[in-house]
Design a protein around this ligand. Structure first.
Ligand SMILES: [Zn+2]
Length: 162
């Protein structure tokens, strides 16, 4: 029996269409779309290294940028980027080459770009003195913070939440 007939038989047995297969196809399409979106705004000479890092380990340094169901490299409220926008080289270079423990814990309060923040473990005998990798946004120069993921800062620099 062909695979197509097997699926049809299972659909008939299940009493409806084969929704799991449909779900995985949609998810795979979304993963491909997000990956293409991030690579398109990566500086051209770094695209191969970013794609290779993601291919090597989907849980590696670009996991949060490539994740489906999130804002990717930006907070959900971030304004759209101008044509030709590229992610800052310093950000990509850090994510590719820095071997300290970090997570994408800070966000720019103006453009919404997500940036790394170092981990500090109580078990680390030599913890980093400063957790901020980019206290100022490597794209626009505005300050980065934890709260900015939820919304942009006001023009006077105060968080919109207060
Ligand atoms: Zn910014």
């Amino acid at each position: 029996m062909s695979t197509r007939r097997r699926i049809k038989a299972l659909e008939k047995k299940a009493g409806g269409s084969w929704r799991v297969h449909e779900f995985w196809e949609k998810l795979a399409a979304e993963v491909r779309r997000r990956r293409a979106e991030i690579l398109a705004i990566t500086p051209e000479d770094l695209r191969g290294a970013v794609a290779a890092a993601h291919d090597r380990d989907v849980h590696g340094p670009f996991r949060e940028f490539f994740a489906v169901g999130t804002g990717g490299a930006f907070a959900p409220w971030a304004p759209s980027r101008p044509a030709g926008y590229l992610l800052p080289r310093a950000l990509i270079e850090f994510m590719l080459h820095d071997d300290r423990e970090w997570w994408v814990g800070h966000t720019c309060g103006r453009c919404g770009l997500k940036v790394p923040l170092l981990w500090r473990s109580s078990l680390d005998p030599n913890p980093p003195a400063e957790l901020k990798v980019f206290p100022d946004c490597p794209a626009c120069g505005w300050k980065t913070s934890y709260h900015a993921y939820s919304g942009p800062d006001r023009e006077d620099g105060s968080p919109f939440l207060v």
